[in-house]
Structures are given as structure tokens and as C-alpha cells.
Design a binder for this molecule. Structure first.
Ligand SMILES: [Mn+2]
Length: 309
């Protein structure tokens, strides 16, 4: 049995989406894989804990929110909620784990994670991640020196080499950086991780952290992880074809009944949404109907979103 240790951070608002990540990963893992989910939280209701626990092999780690509260004054750590910062504590929190795969709660897992989890890391690599959109702008903004293949990564999917991070006290370095720079960080802990791990990260293929917005600009992508960075599939006006794929997995969770926005159950809204997705695609890529491979990609995702009764 291959054992994979994964980590999510959540609060009550995101519990249903954390649950969607877990159910999608369990649904698409290989038979010889065992997934263990570490959940970092500071506040979860008993009901949400019970629901999350029922999704699979889940271990809960309660974090003292007060550790991070000083960095949230004046809304400076904007765009994120406090739980995303809990991952900075992973090296000390999981002293027995050599590596862990951190996943955001705004994504779905579409096939086995083993290739990512088990990737070879060099002596000097603390993590394995996917280059972010606008990597060069991020590097400029952060004031990093740049040469060759250096990149700023998207921290929504991170394989952390915890053993090496512990060995070199990376957790202390990240907290030092956070303490000194929190007032000027645009992307909070993602900036912290990039600043401390820069040039010590293995660059992974974008299929391991496929930003769904990229769908309009890519051919033949078969993501292992589809990441809804930016606009979320549970928001009105999200017209990406991966939306129904998200709802397919959401409906496998114990939260399936508490979502009034669920358009999968309303055929008029469902059709409206599909038409908007095509119109939006044409807006982003006017040659859509002239490109057979784009159409077949689109149809493949539509087919894979079907819910088996
Ligand atoms: Mn995200």
C-alpha cells in the first residue's frame, strides 16, 4: 500500500469545500494508495468535524489562532483567511512526516497524486510546486534576484520536504520573514513561502496545479488537480467548464444538501450555465468553433462531469 499524507487548512466557511477536496481525491486515487488527510483548523463546529471525519482517513490538528492574529491587523494579510497561514507550522506540527502535500480548499483532485507526492527532490529542494501565472511580475514585486529558470510558485498545491525544512529551521525563517514583512505582503503566506524557499523548489508540470482560468489558453490539458484560483465555482457568474466538475464532487460530500446555489439540480440553470460557458469561451478565444481539439477538450470535461446515479 502506498501511503500519501495530505494537508488542508479550513474554518467552518470552507469545511464543505475541504470535504469536496477529500472526496475528489478519494474518488480518483489508485486502489493501492492510502490517503491520510491532516486538517489544520482553529474553529470548527462539532457537526463540521463529524462531517469531515466521515469523508475518509482524517486527522484534526487544532491550531492556536492567536499566533497569527498580530499579522491580520488593518486587513494587511488580505485576500486570505487566517487558516491558510497555519501551514507555516507544518514542519513542527508533523514531526514524524518526511513530506506532506498541502492542498488549498478551492480545488478538486482528478487523478492519482502519487507522481507528485513521490517526486524525486534534490539535496537542495525544500518543496515541489507549479509556477504561478505572472511569475515574473511577482519576482519583480518581491524584489528577488532573477536568473535563468527562477520562478515564483502558486502555493495552492505544495509538496513540502518537511524533513529538510526541519533540518534547516525553515519554519523559524518563515516566521521571521512574516514578522518583518507582513505589512507589505500582497499574497500573505504565499509570499512568505516564496521568499524563504526561492530557488529551492522543484518546478512541477502545470497539470499538478492547473488554474482553471488557463483553460481558455491551453490545448489538451489533463489536470491532476484543477484549482479554482480567483473566482470560485460556488459563486454566481463563474462560467468555466470546470464548474460542473466541482459540483459533481461536492455532491459526494456530506454537505451535499446544504447548498441552495447548486445548479446541478436545476435543469434550466444548468443549461443557462453551459451556454454561458461556451459564450465565455468564445469571448476568451474567438476561434473556439474552428478548433477541433478545443471542442473535444470541452466535451470531454462535460462528459466527465456527469453524475453517476
Ligand atoms: Mn486557491
Amino acid at each position: 500500500m502506498k501511503k500519501l499524507e495530505l494537508c488542508l487548512s479550513t474554518d467552518d466557511n470552507y469545511a464543505k469545500y475541504a470535504s469536496t477536496v477529500i472526496c475528489s481525491a478519494n474518488c480518483n486515487k489508485s486502489d493501492d494508495e492510502e490517503l491520510i488527510f491532516h486538517i489544520l483548523y482553529s474553529n470548527l463546529t462539532d457537526e463540521n468535524i463529524e462531517k469531515l471525519a466521515s469523508c475518509g482517513n482524517v486527522i484534526f490538528h487544532k491550531i492556536d489562532k492567536a499566533i497569527f492574529e498580530p499579522y491580520f491587523n488593518n486587513g494587511v494579510c488580505k485576500n486570505v483567511t487566517i487558516p491558510t497561514l497555519y501551514r507555516l507550522m507544518l514542519p513542527s506540527l508533523l514531526p514524524n512526516a518526511d513530506r506532506i502535500l498541502y492542498l488549498d480548499c478551492d480545488l478538486i483532485v482528478l487523478s492519482s497524486l502519487w507522481e507528485l507526492f513521490n517526486v524525486d527532490l534534490n539535496e537542495d529542494q525544500y518543496a515541489a510546486c507549479v509556477k504561478d501565472l505572472g511569475s515574473n511580475e511577482h519576482i519583480k514585486r518581491m524584489g528577488f534576484e532573477f536568473s535563468g529558470d527562477d520562478f515564483y510558485f502558486n502555493a495552492g498545491v505544495c509538496l513540502f520536504n518537511l524533513k529538510k525544512m526541519r533540518h534547516e529551521n525553515i519554519q523559524d525563517k518563515m516566521f521571521d520573514y512574516l514578522k518583518q514583512n507582513w505589512q507589505k505582503l500582497n499574497y500573505s503566506d504565499q509570499d512568505v513561502l516564496n521568499a524563504v524557499l526561492y530557488r529551492h523548489v522543484k518546478r512541477m508540470d502545470k497539470k499538478f496545479n492547473f488554474i482553471t482560468y488557463n483553460f481558455y489558453f491551453s490545448n489538451d490539458i489533463n489536470p491532476v488537480i484543477a484549482h479554482f484560483a480567483g473566482v470560485k465555482p460556488w459563486k454566481v457568474g463563474f462560467y468555466n467548464v470546470y464548474r460542473e466538475m466541482f459540483w459533481k464532487y461536492f455532491l459526494m460530500t456530506p454537505f451535499k444538501d446544504d447548498k441552495s446555489q447548486n445548479m446541478m439540480k436545476n435543469s434550466v440553470l444548468f443549461m443557462h450555465n453551459r451556454i454561458c460557458q461556451i459564450l465565455w469561451y468564445i469571448k476568451m478565444y474567438p476561434l473556439f468553433f474552428l478548433n477541433k481539439s478545443r471542442i473535444s477538450d470541452f466535451m470531454r470535461i462535460v462528459r466527465n462531469s456527469e453524475i453517476n446515479p
